[in-house]
Ligand binder design. Structure first.
Ligand SMILES: Cc1ncc(COP(=O)(O)O)c(C=O)c1O
Length: 451
């Protein structure tokens, strides 16, 4: 780890020269974390709850919480010193680590922001300006997945539709059987977008959709966008880092964001926004304007007014934590994936249902069909059932409503999104299995939740 954390002399410089393309993130094999230590690190989790929903809010180990609190205290002890001497070099260190992890060419391609929602606002705000400044014409097109995250869809409404953009959704099948189905639908939407000579200015593509959760073949979709002349491609990978492969050279998007507080053990709130450096690349700005306005997005984002920056500064400690696992983050990803697939298959078998996608189309989350006899027939049903599972059974898991298509009868209409993270145990999934089995055995249906 030592060689990965040298502060860089230039806050906004190009650190390409001395950084290996793919950092070796695991070198401390002699002090691998033990199972007991893992459980201790997550001792603060409510022991009465089977927490199989890492996807929503992630998790943060106790040792990282402690390091974060030390940083917070350091600031409060002598804020002026912290501000003038610690803050900028600290954020720079974190950016260098992120740059290496995601194989970005230039350090100034990496900005640290609060979360994926903020990153989306940064990218989309610029689209609104392009309409306002006459670079884009009324009716120019933006493409997004039908399963784009709700908050990001709202952002597209606020910044793109309101500015005069025409938004086209890519309808995706679910359950999904192969990535070809996604590619097919994406091409169809793109063709529609280009009808009558219209210009497609932006494609927003999720790397891992939230609900239902599926890994999208982003690399292929980005390539198609390039071939078809789409101006800008923004990948929303809120779940990306620590969950699936995230390599900027390989994926090739213009903009890519991932939270670090979901699958990389950081405390909330931290995400990176990658902006590809290229001739004529776009000048983005943070929506919260402060002293650094105009000094480049990375510098702007490193000071957006007085606030708690500790989540951004604790990144090196998080890398140390990750490196205590066999094969570092790659090992964690692989084991989480293997385990979530195994748990998903176990549940689908127990309930005689199906998975929402083949194992190769999921990362550390997978959709598992719930028994049709539960009578899930609306989004509200899924919310009520989720609450029921939390309150009566101590199981925390989000549920997706999949409306039956015309002619479909007695099909699975509810899918649970299960996550697997290092703190999970088989018993968590057994608890979920048994809760559903009990509901089925009792003749429960969602209609009963309205009495
Ligand atoms: C695909 C996707 N985009 C964006 C977000 C928003 O993330 P945050 O709330 O951390 O901004 C999420 C959160 O789950 C998500 O799944």
């Amino acid at each position: 780890m030592g060689s990965q954390s040298h502060p860089h002399p230039h806050l906004n410089g190009d650190s390409n020269t001395h950084i290996p393309k793919k950092p070796k993130l695991s070198s401390l094999s002699s002090s691998l974390i033990t199972e007991a230590e893992i459980q201790n690190e997550f001792n603060h989790h409510d022991p009465t709850v089977a927490r199989i929903n890492n996807g929503s809010f992630g998790c943060c180990p106790l040792s990282i919480i402690q390091s974060q609190q030390e940083l917070q205290l350091e600031f409060l002890r002598q804020p002026d010193h912290f501000y003038f001497s610690e803050l900028k070099p600290g954020i720079l260190k974190s950016r260098i680590l992120i740059q290496r992890l995601i194989n970005a060419h230039h350090l100034d391609e990496i900005s640290i922001v609060d979360n994926a929602t903020t990153a989306a606002a940064i990218v989309l705000q610029n689209i609104a300006w392009s309409f306002a400044e006459g670079k884009f014409n009324h009716g120019d097109v933006a493409i997004m997945l039908h399963y784009a995250y709700g908050a990001v869809k709202k952002s597209i409404e606020a910044y793109v539709t309101r500015a005069g953009g025409h938004v086209i959704e890519v309808h995706l099948p679910f359950p999904v059987n192969s990535k070809d189905e996604i590619v097919f639908e994406f091409r169809k939407a793109l063709e529609k977008g280009k009808e009558n000579g219209k210009k497609v200015r932006l494609a927003v593509i999720d790397h891992i959709t939230s609900m239902p959760s599926v890994v999208i073949p982003v690399k292929e979709l980005v390539r198609i966008c390039r071939e078809e002349g789409v101006d800008q491609v923004f990948v929303d990978a809120a779940h990306g880092i620590g969950c699936t492969d995230v390599d900027m050279q390989d994926i090739g998007a213009d903009f890519y964001t991932s939270n670090l507080h979901k699958w990389l053990f950081c405390p909330p709130s931290i995400a990176f926004l990658y902006c590809r450096k290229s001739p004529g690349c776009i000048d983005l700005h943070h929506p919260v304007v402060s002293h650094e306005y105009g000094n480049g997005l990375a510098v702007e984002s490193a000071w957006i007014g007085t606030r708690d920056y500790s989540a951004q500064l604790v990144v090196p400690k998080v890398f140390d934590f990750v490196n205590r696992f066999e094969d570092g983050i790659e090992g964690i990803k692989k084991r989480n994936h293997d385990n979530v697939v195994e748990m998903g298959q176990m549940l689908a078998k127990a309930w005689e249902t199906n998975l929402g996608c083949p194992p190769e189309m999921c990362a550390s989350m997978i959709m598992v069909g719930l028994p049709a006899c539960l009578g899930i027939s609306s989004d509200l049903d899924t919310l009520k059932l989720r609450t029921h599972l939390r309150e009566k059974f101590g199981v925390e898991v989000p549920i997706y409503y999949r409306a039956p298509k015309d002619g479909e009868f007695d099909v699975v209409t509810g899918y649970a999104r299960i996550s697997y993270q290092v703190y999970n145990k088989v018993e968590d999934y057994h608890k979920f299995r048994d809760a559903i089995n009990q509901l089925v055995g009792d003749g429960f249906t969602c209609a009963l939740l309205y009495n």
